[in-house]
Design a protein around this ligand. Structure first.
Ligand code: DQA
Length: 147
Protein backbone atom coordinates (compact mmCIF):
# COMPACT_ATOMS: atom_id res chain seq x y z
CA UNK A 1 0.00 0.00 0.00
CA UNK A 2 1.41 3.39 -0.98
CA UNK A 3 1.23 6.31 1.44
CA UNK A 4 0.12 9.89 0.89
CA UNK A 5 1.95 12.45 3.00
CA UNK A 6 -0.25 15.48 3.76
CA UNK A 7 1.88 18.19 5.35
CA UNK A 8 0.44 21.42 6.69
CA UNK A 9 2.41 24.52 7.61
CA UNK A 10 2.10 27.33 10.12
CA UNK A 11 -1.19 28.45 11.63
CA UNK A 12 -3.19 25.67 10.00
CA UNK A 13 -3.65 24.21 13.49
CA UNK A 14 -6.00 27.21 13.93
CA UNK A 15 -8.36 26.13 11.14
CA UNK A 16 -11.96 26.61 12.21
CA UNK A 17 -11.04 29.57 14.43
CA UNK A 18 -8.76 31.43 12.06
CA UNK A 19 -10.38 33.94 9.66
CA UNK A 20 -13.40 31.69 8.96
CA UNK A 21 -14.58 33.96 6.15
CA UNK A 22 -11.41 32.95 4.26
CA UNK A 23 -10.64 29.44 5.53
CA UNK A 24 -14.10 28.15 6.53
CA UNK A 25 -15.29 26.63 9.77
CA UNK A 26 -13.83 23.15 9.50
CA UNK A 27 -10.96 22.26 11.80
CA UNK A 28 -7.66 20.57 10.97
CA UNK A 29 -9.06 17.42 12.59
CA UNK A 30 -11.99 17.60 10.13
CA UNK A 31 -9.45 17.85 7.30
CA UNK A 32 -7.54 14.87 8.67
CA UNK A 33 -10.76 12.79 8.71
CA UNK A 34 -11.59 13.91 5.17
CA UNK A 35 -8.11 12.81 4.02
CA UNK A 36 -8.42 9.52 5.90
CA UNK A 37 -11.73 8.77 4.17
CA UNK A 38 -10.35 9.71 0.73
CA UNK A 39 -7.26 7.53 1.25
CA UNK A 40 -9.39 4.62 2.50
CA UNK A 41 -11.55 4.88 -0.65
CA UNK A 42 -8.45 4.45 -2.79
CA UNK A 43 -6.56 1.92 -0.70
CA UNK A 44 -3.84 4.44 0.22
CA UNK A 45 -2.13 4.94 3.56
CA UNK A 46 -1.99 8.40 5.14
CA UNK A 47 0.57 10.43 7.10
CA UNK A 48 -1.15 13.67 8.11
CA UNK A 49 0.86 16.29 10.00
CA UNK A 50 1.03 19.99 10.83
CA UNK A 51 3.93 22.09 12.04
CA UNK A 52 4.56 25.75 12.77
CA UNK A 53 8.31 25.20 12.23
CA UNK A 54 10.00 25.39 8.84
CA UNK A 55 12.84 23.00 9.76
CA UNK A 56 10.41 20.36 10.96
CA UNK A 57 8.62 20.54 7.60
CA UNK A 58 12.01 20.15 5.86
CA UNK A 59 12.73 17.06 8.00
CA UNK A 60 9.32 15.56 7.14
CA UNK A 61 9.88 16.14 3.41
CA UNK A 62 13.22 14.30 3.76
CA UNK A 63 11.33 11.48 5.51
CA UNK A 64 8.80 11.41 2.64
CA UNK A 65 11.80 11.32 0.27
CA UNK A 66 12.98 8.11 1.97
CA UNK A 67 9.53 6.59 1.49
CA UNK A 68 9.62 7.73 -2.16
CA UNK A 69 13.05 6.13 -2.65
CA UNK A 70 11.57 2.81 -1.48
CA UNK A 71 8.76 3.19 -4.04
CA UNK A 72 6.17 3.50 -1.29
CA UNK A 73 5.10 7.16 -1.59
CA UNK A 74 1.93 7.98 -3.52
CA UNK A 75 2.53 11.73 -3.28
CA UNK A 76 3.12 14.68 -1.01
CA UNK A 77 0.16 17.03 -0.69
CA UNK A 78 1.62 20.19 0.73
CA UNK A 79 -0.09 23.22 2.18
CA UNK A 80 3.00 25.13 3.28
CA UNK A 81 0.77 28.06 4.32
CA UNK A 82 2.77 31.31 4.70
CA UNK A 83 6.08 29.49 4.01
CA UNK A 84 4.81 29.05 0.44
CA UNK A 85 5.64 32.70 -0.13
CA UNK A 86 8.97 32.81 1.70
CA UNK A 87 10.77 29.48 1.81
CA UNK A 88 13.59 28.50 -0.53
CA UNK A 89 14.43 25.75 2.00
CA UNK A 90 11.11 23.99 1.42
CA UNK A 91 11.51 24.30 -2.36
CA UNK A 92 15.01 22.81 -2.09
CA UNK A 93 13.70 19.96 0.09
CA UNK A 94 11.05 19.03 -2.49
CA UNK A 95 13.53 19.30 -5.37
CA UNK A 96 16.30 17.52 -3.47
CA UNK A 97 14.14 14.52 -2.59
CA UNK A 98 12.27 14.38 -5.90
CA UNK A 99 8.97 13.71 -4.17
CA UNK A 100 5.91 14.12 -6.41
CA UNK A 101 4.12 17.06 -4.82
CA UNK A 102 0.77 18.78 -5.15
CA UNK A 103 0.79 22.32 -3.77
CA UNK A 104 -2.48 23.08 -2.05
CA UNK A 105 -4.15 26.20 -0.67
CA UNK A 106 -7.57 26.39 0.90
CA UNK A 107 -8.09 29.97 -0.25
CA UNK A 108 -7.57 31.43 -3.72
CA UNK A 109 -4.22 33.07 -3.02
CA UNK A 110 -4.37 34.93 -6.36
CA UNK A 111 -7.45 36.84 -5.29
CA UNK A 112 -5.74 38.01 -2.10
CA UNK A 113 -2.83 40.31 -1.16
CA UNK A 114 -0.10 40.56 -3.81
CA UNK A 115 2.51 38.99 -1.48
CA UNK A 116 0.49 35.75 -1.72
CA UNK A 117 0.65 35.69 -5.53
CA UNK A 118 4.18 34.28 -5.64
CA UNK A 119 4.91 30.73 -4.56
CA UNK A 120 8.42 29.34 -4.21
CA UNK A 121 6.92 25.84 -4.32
CA UNK A 122 5.00 25.98 -7.60
CA UNK A 123 8.22 25.47 -9.59
CA UNK A 124 8.53 22.00 -8.04
CA UNK A 125 4.82 21.09 -8.00
CA UNK A 126 3.16 18.56 -10.29
CA UNK A 127 -0.08 20.47 -9.76
CA UNK A 128 -1.47 23.36 -7.75
CA UNK A 129 -4.91 23.38 -6.17
CA UNK A 130 -6.19 26.58 -4.61
CA UNK A 131 -9.48 28.19 -3.73
CA UNK A 132 -11.59 25.04 -3.37
CA UNK A 133 -11.69 25.21 0.40
CA UNK A 134 -10.77 22.14 2.44
CA UNK A 135 -12.47 19.99 -0.25
CA UNK A 136 -9.24 20.53 -2.20
CA UNK A 137 -7.48 17.99 0.05
CA UNK A 138 -9.91 15.22 -0.92
CA UNK A 139 -9.73 16.17 -4.58
CA UNK A 140 -5.92 16.10 -4.45
CA UNK A 141 -6.03 12.56 -3.05
CA UNK A 142 -8.56 11.54 -5.74
CA UNK A 143 -6.13 12.87 -8.36
CA UNK A 144 -3.11 11.10 -6.85
CA UNK A 145 -5.05 7.81 -6.90
CA UNK A 146 -5.23 8.12 -10.71
CA UNK A 147 -1.48 8.73 -11.23
C1 DQA B 1 -2.91 29.21 2.68
C2 DQA B 1 -2.69 30.55 1.97
C3 DQA B 1 -1.44 31.24 2.50
O1 DQA B 1 -1.23 32.48 1.82
C4 DQA B 1 -1.60 31.53 3.97
O2 DQA B 1 -0.42 32.11 4.49
C5 DQA B 1 -2.00 30.34 4.75
C6 DQA B 1 -2.94 29.38 4.19
C7 DQA B 1 -4.25 28.56 2.27
O3 DQA B 1 -4.42 27.38 2.57
O4 DQA B 1 -5.11 29.23 1.68
O5 DQA B 1 -1.64 30.21 5.92
O6 DQA B 1 -1.86 28.31 2.31
Amino acid sequence: MKTVYVLNGPNLNLLGLREPAIYGSQTLEDVRLLCEQACARHGLGLEFRQSNHEGELVDWIHEAGGVHARGELAALIFNAAAYTHTSVALLDAVKGTGVPMIELHISNVHARESFRHHSYLSAAARAVICGLGVAGYGLAIDAVAQW
